[in-house]
Design a protein around this ligand. Structure first.
Ligand code: SF4
Length: 76
């Protein structure tokens, strides 16, 4: 399955298009980060890592996941 990656230097947003059920929850929660009409449609610089993590954990399909870019901030 293809995974798209979007990094802001602190956190990388990972998105698997095939899993996305287009609920739009990500867009409603962080409209500056997720702009479905644009390419690329994810702009991780528009939010900090904490806001992105919180939102990604609410993605109902599991299409969105994340990876911390800085080892010091890695809680996983
Ligand atoms: S919240 Fe998850 S399932 Fe819903 S549109 Fe965003 S990526 Fe897709």
């Amino acid at each position: 399955m293809e995974t798209k990656e979007y990094s802001n230097g602190e956190i990388t947003v990972l998105w698997q298009a095939e899993k996305c059920i287009h609920s739009g929850i990500c867009v409603k929660t962080l409209p500056k980060v997720y702009t479905p009409k644009e390419k690329p449609w994810v702009h991780p610089h528009e939010a900090d890592a904490a806001a992105l993590k919180d939102q990604i954990e609410h993605c109902p399909s599991g299409a969105l996941t994340y990876r911390m870019d800085k080892p010091a901030d890695n809680e996983h």
